[in-house]
Design a binder for this molecule. Structure first.
Ligand SMILES: [Zn+2]
Length: 186
């Protein structure tokens, strides 16, 4: 497996797994950047999130993975916007959640996912789809927002008590906003 540092390739700072996955496209309202541009990158992203399938996905699986990702993104963005979800997107997330058979394993370090050997890529995608269902289907759904960072529109869950968070991450978009404001002042 290629060893280029996943932190350099991907933004992994979103606390919500499913939304961290949707962040593999950045600059969504500007000039979108697709970070899963080949199957090896998908495996790298999965591995960086403790979901290494142990195999390089096929290009069909990469297509499915991207379609799942965009369905999750649209569902999150429509919820944030107070709009009803598209049935096609609900169907896609639900079928991805049911397709694989990941099982949770408890060991000394905590919990991890066992992806099995039959369809480890499908199982990894099922973990992402199930996380999306938990977030999009629980009371958390009322705290889903899209980032106000320039061109970002990334999804995040606003867990702040005041519910006034505006950026997907303080380290990136929040920081950028702060710098821009300081520059505007000087
Ligand atoms: Zn952002």
């Amino acid at each position: 497996m290629e060893t280029s540092h996943p932190q350099a390739l991907f933004r992994l700072d979103n606390e919500t797994l499913a939304f961290r996955y949707t962040a593999t496209v950045s600059h969504r309202t500007g000039d979108p950047l697709e970070r899963l541009d080949d199957p090896v990158k998908l495996r790298q992203w999965l591995a960086a999130n403790d979901l290494d399938p142990g195999v390089i996905p096929t290009s069909d699986q990469l297509d499915q993975a991207r379609q799942l990702r965009e369905a999750i993104y649209r569902l999150g963005a429509t919820l944030a916007d107070g709009q009803p979800p598209a049935q096609l997107d609900l169907d896609r997330v639900n079928s991805a959640a049911a397709a694989g058979t990941p099982s949770p394993v408890l060991d000394a370090d905590g919990m991890r996912w066992s992806l099995g050997s039959e369809d480890p890529v499908g199982a990894a995608l099922a973990v992402l789809a199930r996380n999306a269902i938990e977030v999009l289907g629980s009371p958390t759904r009322q705290r889903i927002k899209t980032c106000e960072g320039p061109d970002c529109a990334g999804l995040f869950v606003d867990t702040s008590r005041a519910g006034a968070r505006r950026w997907c991450s303080m380290n990136t978009c929040g920081n950028k906003n702060k710098k821009d404001r300081l520059r505007a002042k000087s």
